[in-house]
Design a protein. Sequence first.
Length: 440
Amino acid sequence: MARISIFGIGYVGTVAAACLAKDGHTVIAVDIDESKVDSIKRGQTPIVEDGLAELVADGVASGKLSATSDVADAIENTDASFVCVGTPSAPDGSVGLDYVVGVCTAIGGALSRKDSFHSVVIRSTIVPGSMEGICIPALEAASGLVAGKEFGVGYFPEFLRESTAIRDYYDPGLIVFGALDHPTNAILDEINGGLNCEINHVDIRTAEMIKYTSNCWRAVKITFANEIGNISKAVGLDGQEVMRVLCSDLKVNMSPTFMRPGFAFGGSCLPKDLRALRFLARSNNVPSPMLDCALSANEEQIRRAEHLVDNLVGRSIGMVGVSFKAGTDDLRESPLATLADRLIKKGYNLKIYDPYVKEAFDEKLSGAGRGNDYIDNLEGRLVSGIGSLIDQSEILLIGNTYDEAIEPLSQAAQKNLPMVDLARLKPGMTSRDNYEGICW
Ligand SMILES: NC(=O)c1ccc[n+]([C@@H]2O[C@H](COP(=O)([O-])OP(=O)(O)OC[C@H]3O[C@@H](n4cnc5c(N)ncnc54)[C@H](O)[C@@H]3O)[C@@H](O)[C@H]2O)c1
């Protein structure tokens, strides 16, 4: 069983302290607010949360949970500290790190006087880079010790929801953390090991980003559902019924499908249907800012790809894929076709490898080139082999991936041929030198 000090006895810290004590760990709760410390000492919760009063009372009665405002005492008598202080918005909207810096400085001071190894785990919500840029330097400066070697460091975001916090603690949807060192990883593995949830080990920055992604995703989902509800009501429908049935599709709608960062959406359905629903909303005097911004954000993604190409040196582009996705020759509202057209108009010499579109022309199918409203001389730009495309290009632009093209293109990337990748040729490839992935 671990010995853990919890810094910050608010909504997150009190729940964590009480649940860790219930699990048998020895917990010391620390706060600068004496009234909260006194409250725990009396066996009373400082906040209202279902089931928490009993847990705190039991924890204190069993001797597993205690409280203090003495930082040195808490550090001396525990092996790890979890930091759960607030990170309120600064006036400019940035994350307010004053409390985190304050607590890191206080913990660091106590660490300088401690002989044995101690882990510091931040649980407060902090933007990517805060650990490396702010928290670790504050801890090192105050302790005179080296993070990851002379004391442990981890970032372990909290996802609980107030009102169901204890249930969320014991039945989490997501566990993720990053640590610099083995003892910190081990303690986090130990306290999470009994829970029925996969443990994700990632680097510290990724863990920081996942917390923000999670909360922003929740916010976006609520806003989307509200907008659908408003439009539904305006046309005489029950928005909750619409969303309930939509969400019953766990294979596509409520799944990782469409949740992989990459290039813009397109095709014959999504853009047209988004436009039509916006029109319906407007006709009924219902604002639809979320649907509006989906279209403008999509346009931004096309522009982003265009800028990435412009930043590379070369005038001849070999484009891989022009239909709206691999496996079809459908060019209707393909964002790759839009991108190709813009690049051609900018004066680039553009050739295209797209086996499905090429087949349609070679077979003289009546639908060949269907949906190509933009690209000048599309048929003349198509090449039949990926090797020949690579040979005649100064810049490669990967829009879709095709099995036979992955290896030759990966080799071209290894040879440092300038490349913009909108589809990610291979998992794990990241931007470097002349290789530029759109979101990686
Ligand atoms: N509330 C939630 O539902 C929730 C859920 C997940 C994550 N979070 C994140 O967790 C963090 C804490 O949120 P909260 O709602 O529990 O905050 P809170 O304001 O309820 O509690 C923070 C506590 O930290 C104490 N504190 C400040 N400086 C201190 C110091 N130097 N030493 C010891 N204690 C100190 C304060 O006195 C306060 O009691 C935030 O970053 C928040 O974004 C909150």
